[in-house]
Design a binder for this molecule. Structure first.
Ligand SMILES: [Zn+2]
Length: 409
C-alpha cells in the first residue's frame, strides 16, 4: 500500500501516529523507513522536505520514490506501531508561506505583464523566481502592490485532483501539466490555477506580505529575489536595526541618510585627493633634504636615506622621483618595519655603473637577510635588530669602494 499523504489532506497536521511498513538499512548507512501514513512532506517541486522526529530519532531527510515516502533516520525505532511523529512546524509553515507567495507572485507577473515563471528556487534562506521578461523597477513596484492585494483579499486556496483528461482540461492552467502524472491542481480562488504537489496555507492572508528584495538579469529575463511572511518580518527587523545604527552613527533622520552618505562620499574623495597632493609635496621635501645630504662620487650622486613609511609603494614613488631628477644617482634606502628593515638599492638602467644585486647580496650574507633583484634594482629584508643607519653606512662604503674599483679598471 502506498503511503497515505496526510500533508496533502491537511497541511496543518503537526503531530501524528503511524506504523512502520518497511525498513531499509544498508550496513553503516542511515535507516530508510516507510510509514503507513505521513505528514512529512518529501522534497520535490522546488519545496524542501520537512524535518522533525519519528519516535526518538531525528528525521534527516524525506523523499518520495514510486509514490512511497521514505524517511531517513539514524537508527531503528524499538516500537513499530503507533509511533509518535512530530514535524518541525516552524520550518514547514515558513515553506508554506514562501511557496504560496511564489504562486501569487508568478500569477501576478503573468496577469499584469504576461511574464512566465521559468525557474523557482526555495531554500531555508533564499527564495527566487526566474521570469522570461525584462521589467523595470516601476513594473516591479506595480507587481509587488498587486500581489499583496491578493494576500489581503484573503482568498481561499483549494486543491483539485481531476480524475480524467476532460476534467483536467476544464482548468485554465497558468503552466502546462507536461511531466506531471495525475496532476494535482492548486487553485487560488478563481485567480490562479497551477499544477503543484507542494504544501500551501488554506488562505492567501496567511502569506502575510510579499516583499521583492532584489532583481538581476538572468538569461533573457530576470531573477527576482523576494521574501514572504515571517521571513519578511525578520528582514524588516534586521533592516530597521541597521537603519537605527546608521541614524545614530550619522546623527540624522532616516530620510536624510542617502544625502548624508552622498555628502560623506564627496568629502572623502576631496580629502583623499588633498592627502595625495600633500604626500607628493612631502616626498619632494624629503628628496630635497636627501639631495642636501648626498655626495658625488666618480660622477655618481649617492643618495641614502632612512625612509619611514608604512607603505612600500611610497618607496617606489620616491625611487622614480630621485632617478628622474638625477639619472646618475644611486639610491640607497632603508625602510624600518616592525620586525625587519627593507633595504632598497636603485639606479637608472642607462647610467648604472655597478651590479647592485651583488652589492645587496654582500649585505644580506653579512646580516643573514633575504632578497634579490637585478643590476639596477635590488631589494631585501634584514632583521630589525640591525640599526637602519648601520645598514646605510655599510652599503655606502661598499658602493664607494666598488665605484673606485670600476674607475681604476
Ligand atoms: Zn505550490
Amino acid at each position: 500500500m502506498p503511503t497515505v499523504k496526510i500533508y496533502h489532506k491537511n497541511p496543518y497536521i503537526k503531530e501524528f501516529h503511524a506504523n512502520i511498513t518497511k525498513i531499509d538499512q544498508k550496513p553503516g548507512k542511515d535507516v530508510h523507513i516507510k510509514l503507513n501514513q505521513t505528514a512529512f512532506y518529501p522534497e520535490g517541486g522546488g519545496q524542501p522536505c520537512d524535518l522533525g522526529f519519528i519516535g526518538d530519532f531525528r528525521v534527516k531527510r524525506v523523499f518520495e520514490e514510486d509514490g512511497d515516502v521514505f524517511h531517513v533516520i539514524e537508527g531503528i525505532p524499538k516500537q513499530f506501531e503507533n509511533l509518535p511523529c512530530v514535524i518541525d512546524w516552524k520550518r514547514r509553515f515558513d515553506f508554506m508561506q514562501q511557496h504560496l507567495g511564489q504562486h501569487i507572485l508568478s500569477a501576478s507577473l503573468e496577469k499584469l505583464f504576461e511574464a512566465e515563471t521559468v525557474g523557482f528556487h526555495l531554500t531555508e534562506d533564499n527564495l527566487t523566481i526566474d521570469i522570461d521578461k525584462q521589467l523595470d523597477s516601476s513594473d516591479l513596484d506595480r507587481i509587488e502592490y498587486f500581489a499583496n492585494q491578493i494576500i489581503y483579499g484573503n482568498l481561499y486556496v483549494k486543491t483539485h485532483c481531476p480524475s480524467n483528461q476532460s476534467e483536467l482540461a476544464s482548468f485554465p492552467l497558468r503552466k502546462d501539466v507536461a511531466g506531471y502524472s495525475n496532476p494535482r491542481i492548486v487553485e487560488i480562488d478563481q485567480f490562479d490555477y497551477s499544477p503543484c504537489g507542494g504544501t500551501h496555507p488554506k488562505r492567501t492572508g496567511e502569506v502575510g506580505i510579499i516583499k521583492i528584495l532584489n532583481c538581476s538579469t538572468h538569461r533573457e529575463g530576470l531573477r527576482i529575489e523576494f521574501v514572504c511572511g515571517n521571513r519578511a518580518l525578520k528582514d524588516y527587523a534586521e533592516k530597521t536595526s541597521v537603519l537605527s545604527s546608521l541614524k545614530s552613527e550619522l546623527s540624522c533622520s532616516e530620510k536624510d541618510l542617502p544625502t548624508r552618505c552622498a555628502g560623506m562620499k564627496n568629502d572623502l574623495k576631496e580629502i583623499t585627493s588633498k592627502s595625495k597632493r600633500t604626500s607628493e609635496r612631502l616626498l619632494d621635501y624629503q628628496i630635497d633634504e636627501m639631495y642636501g645630504n648626498s655626495r658625488i662620487h666618480n660622477g655618481h650622486r649617492l643618495v641614502s636615506h632612512v625612509f619611514e613609511t608604512d607603505n612600500l609603494k611610497d618607496a617606489s614613488v620616491l625611487t622614480s622621483k630621485v632617478l628622474k631628477r638625477d639619472p646618475s644617482a644611486i639610491l640607497i634606502l632603508a625602510c624600518p618595519g616592525i620586525d625587519f628593515t627593507t633595504v632598497l638599492l636603485a639606479s637608472s638602467t642607462s647610467e648604472n655603473p655597478l651590479d647592485l644585486n651583488l652589492v645587496l647580496k654582500d649585505l644580506l650574507d653579512k646580516y643573514n637577510g633575504r632578497g634579490g633583484g637585478k643590476a639596477h634594482h635590488a631589494q631585501g629584508i634584514i632583521g630589525g635588530e640591525v640599526p637602519p643607519d648601520q645598514l646605510l653606512h655599510v652599503l655606502q662604503s661598499k658602493i664607494t669602494l666598488e665605484l673606485e674599483k670600476s674607475k681604476n679598471k
